[in-house]
Write a protein that binds this ligand. Structure first.
Ligand code: DP6
Length: 320
């Protein structure tokens, strides 16, 4: 009745932005991501007949706010097994600095895997990714390592992720922490606002489908420049769509733009470096892993060492 799992965060190269079904977290478009080695969450779940309420500890501190989401998520397992047993959940986010890159993706993927084992439900990875999805959309992809595609599907059973490439080649990321404070507006809220009010939203969905086809071809060819060009533009299209929402949603900060300019200059010097950004000001640079330290050196002229993290591609969720 007790198990511990480790899941890694992922960064989307083709973004998930907007839900077709809010309740089930079925997205409007399929997405594709890279699982990262450097960022992960470890979560232990212990079902116990001795307690009458769920308990949740995050980084060794009791967290009654997140507990509500955790409890609701555990209900997915309890309902399936027809049990009422409560659980003690202990979760630790591992990030290289005390920075805010802790993600709901690694959190819900680790929780799903630990609850799956501890409860004895024993879902396979595909079914597990549909469970993780209901915790947080991006968690669907963190069940797998390497390069992962979340196929949008059109029902609870058909919206899941699969690994499409182990990414065991020269590819990596440099993450630049621009600001580690709490996000101004959560991705859940921001994407809803975009779907409801941005005049560009339908084009975003349509373009993403094409981007996904193109990036998969580039991944087959291991063409880092093509992969980078498509993902950078996809991220910009997502941000352009949300900039046009009402009220507008803007995650860029001055230092985000600075990183973007550094990336553009690196490219002028012939280095294959491409940026992407999510629902926050931090910038992630896609590159050849063999170029990552050169890119870091350049960033060190403007950023602190502790705010630049080089990472290779991470593995799938594991029971530890
Ligand atoms: C910009 O997965 O955090 O990072 O499903 O509402 O929990 P919810 O949203 P979340 O959104 C992630 C958005 C993104 C793009 C991506 O990871 O694909």
């Amino acid at each position: 009745m007790k198990a511990k799992a480790r899941a890694h965060a992922n960064i989307a190269l083709i973004k998930y932005w907007g839900k077709e079904d809010e309740e089930l977290s079925i997205p409007n478009n399929s997405s594709l991501s890279l699982t990262l080695e450097a960022f992960y969450t470890e979560t232990e779940v212990e079902f116990s007949e001795l307690i009458s309420e769920d308990e949740f500890y995050l980084d060794n501190r009791k967290d009654d706010i997140t507990l509500l989401k955790v409890s609701k998520f555990l209900d997915l397992f309890r309902d399936r097994l027809n049990i009422k047993t409560r659980a003690i959940v202990k979760s630790i986010n591992y990030v290289p600095t005390a920075a805010g890159l802790a993600s709901s993706a690694s959190a819900f993927a680790a929780l799903a895997a630990a609850a799956n084992k501890a409860s004895g439900l024993n879902l396979n990875d595909k079914a597990l990714s549909t469970f993780a999805r209901k915790g947080s959309g991006s968690a669907t992809r963190s069940i797998y390592g390497g390069i992962v595609e979340w196929q949008k599907g059109d029902s609870d059973q058909t919206s899941y992720a699969i690994e499409i490439d182990d990414a065991n080649w020269d590819i990596g990321m440099v993450v630049v922490l621009v600001n580690s404070n709490e996000k101004k507006i959560s991705s859940t809220k921001a994407m809803k606002q975009t779907v409801l009010t941005s005049p560009y939203y339908p084009s975003w969905v349509k373009d993403s489908e094409k981007d996904l086809i193109d990036i998969k071809a580039a991944i087959k060819d291991r063409d880092i420049r093509k992969i980078g060009e498509i993902s950078e533009r996809n991220a910009l299209k997502m941000h352009a769509t949300m900039l046009a929402a009402k009220p507008p949603i803007m995650y860029f900060e001055p230092n985000s733009i600075l990183v973007i300019q550094i990336v553009q200059q690196l490219r002028e010097k012939g280095i294959a470096a491409y940026f992407t950004m999510d629902a926050g000001p931090n910038v992630k640079i896609l590159c050849k892993l063999s170029d990552a330290n050169t890119i870091k050196e350049d960033l060190l002229k403007s950023f602190d060492k502790k705010d630049i993290i080089v990472t290779k591609v991470g593995p799938k969720v594991q029971i530890i």
